[in-house]
Write a protein that binds this ligand. Structure first.
Ligand SMILES: [Zn+2]
Length: 378
């Protein structure tokens, strides 16, 4: 079961029709604007160019990154927007659709593109609306329909590789290299029943890791997985967020939504999280505060299938299980049990695969245990 978000005001009220409330907001913020200008005499926001498209200060523009054809594939395009604020500040990258069957992140960015007013923004946002267009249009989980690679395992990519390698390469050069912070937006894939959580990746340099922790807290979700396992080599970063981190840029990966659904709760959680990050990075004056006492997940493990066949899950997302509890059963195509997958330790089910097809080696579920105080301080 998932907790409902508390009822609260929309995180981007400025995007609503302007009226008396907008005038009042302007009056309140004027001293802050003056204070900022006095603190940085002469500072002015500069134009920002991504993929040959330039956003002047105080404007939102959109375009497409080109991934040219190579060999037998025809290439692809990556739709993006730049929201360039009217004052100087950080550049934040928000990326959706690395996995094309994960819809709430894609839909949240569609809303945020118009909800965030560049006049109210310090710094800039680079939004990638659909990172993996071949997967999105072909409705594939995990893998590209073109080269069968998982885009989130080929970063930083290669300009002379297959299509997924080249998408990663373009995102690294055009988005990561132009950003100071990055949030990679995911959810349970089309087959995964997932309770919301995000990752604090500890593998960066100390300052980067701590800034990543603050970024994760600012997103406001109540479960944070402490991930100590990501590679440290920038040339073999594998994951999008880890590519930013190994280049000295704080980043987090969030998960909100599941099973190919487009529910309002999962979309709103992402809108609210982005608003929290913008406040945290001082890119906007308002926004939700960081989560107060999240559940930190220390020891965690993806459970993989040892056989190919039909999967029968025995647990639900968010369920607490004892060590040895049955998580899922795999049968062959005549109904004979091939494998029982059991919890290797007591913990919470963060996701479990909830549709029948399963191939040996694929994930079946993800279990996490509450962190010790030492793990949280790390
Ligand atoms: Zn994903």
């Amino acid at each position: 079961m998932q907790r409902r978000l508390p009822t609260e005001a929309h995180p981007f009220p400025a995007a609503r029709p302007r009226g008396i409330s907008a005038i009042r907001t302007a009056a309140i913020s004027l001293p802050l604007v003056l204070a900022f200008a006095l603190a940085r005499p002469g500072a002015a926001q500069t134009p920002l160019t991504v993929g040959g498209v330039t956003a002047q200060p105080g404007t939102t523009v959109s375009g497409e990154l080109q991934v040219p054809a190579r060999g037998s594939d025809t290439g692809t395009t990556i739709p993006f927007s730049i929201i360039n604020g009217s004052r100087p500040g950080p550049v934040l990258a928000l990326v959706a659709g690395v996995h094309g069957y994960e819809y709430p992140p894609i839909l949240a960015l569609q809303r945020l593109r118009t909800a965030i007013d560049p006049k109210d923004l310090s710094g800039a946002i680079i939004m990638v609306h659909v990172a993996n267009m071949p997967s999105f249009l072909a409705r594939t989980i995990y893998y590209s329909p073109v080269d069968r690679k998982n885009l989130n395992r080929v970063f930083p990519g290669r300009a002379d590789g297959t299509l997924s390698d080249r998408i990663a390469d373009v995102l690294t050069r055009e988005v990561i290299d132009r950003s100071g912070y990055l949030v990679d937006l995911h959810c349970g894939d089309g087959n995964e029943s997932l309770r919301p959580y995000l990752y604090w990746e500890t593998t960066g340099a100390p300052g980067v890791a701590e800034a990543g922790r603050q970024l994760a807290l600012a997103f406001g979700m109540d479960h944070i997985v402490i991930d100590t396992s990501r590679p440290t080599d920038p040339k073999a970063a594998l994951y999008l967020s880890n590519t930013a981190i190994t280049r000295g840029k704080p980043a987090t990966t969030i998960e909100s939504g599941a099973l190919g659904q487009t529910d309002e709760e999962s979309i709103a959680r992402i809108e609210r999280g982005v608003a929290g990050v913008l406040r945290h990075l001082k890119m906007r004056e308002t926004g939700p505060r960081a989560v107060d006492r999240p559940v930190w997940i220390g020891r965690n493990q993806v459970l993989n299938a040892g056989a190919t066949g039909l999967l029968y899950p025995s647990v639900e997302r968010g369920q607490t299980v004892a060590e040895g509890a049955l998580i899922a059963r795999i049968t062959d195509f005549h109904g004979r049990t091939l494998e029982e997958i059991r919890a290797p330790f007591a913990g919470e089910v963060l996701y479990v695969v909830a549709t029948p097809p399963i191939t040996k080696g694929e994930p079946v579920g993800f279990i996490g245990e509450r962190a010790t105080p030492e793990e949280i301080k790390r």
